[in-house]
Design a binder for this molecule. Sequence first.
Ligand code: IMP
Ligand code: MG
Length: 181
Amino acid sequence: MYLPYEVEKVLVSEEEIKAKVKELGKLLTEEYKDKNPLMLCVLKGSVVFYADLIRAMECPVEIDFIRASSYGSGTVSGGKVNFSVGAHVEIEGRDVVLVEDILDTARTLYTVKSEMLRSNPKSLKIVTLLDKPSRRVVKGFTADYTGFAIEDHFVVGYGLDYAERFRNLPYVGILKPEVYS
Ligand code: IMP
Ligand code: MG
């Protein structure tokens, strides 16, 4: 297995992720089978999870992409969230599902969600692969579907990066603190 020296250990294995994605796909299929949902990938971190998740859904879906970023190249959220939706993404009247890699302070999704609600989707739900509830700044903010709740570690892999690296690891691993401290 490819384990870069910066990665301390595997936190969620490839097999555990696969099983969880299948389970989430089932739940989403159940909820959205007659709704033709608009599955929105929050770039870039969720791209790997997203690609697997939509293929675990056994119903019609449409896909699109938005960009959001709050981190620079460090590991602590800057607080300011940059967010852009392609001009072509039409969400009014749609059942929208935002797909995120990780819910941390929740500043990103809070901003994105509030902005999107102004365009009057029919419904708006959030799926996140990972959740670090102990880091929440936007109190009470939760996802509608969560893969794994984890402790407060900085993690990489399966789409998640540190300074744009490690997104290609097939598992979620804990980054050695000495890499960023
Ligand atoms: P929030 O706005 O603080 O909830 O941050 C969400 C974004 O921060 C995620 O979409 C990630 O891009 C990034 N992030 C938060 N925690 C981690 C982590 O442990 N590893 C990698 N990226 C993270
Ligand atoms: Mg990121």
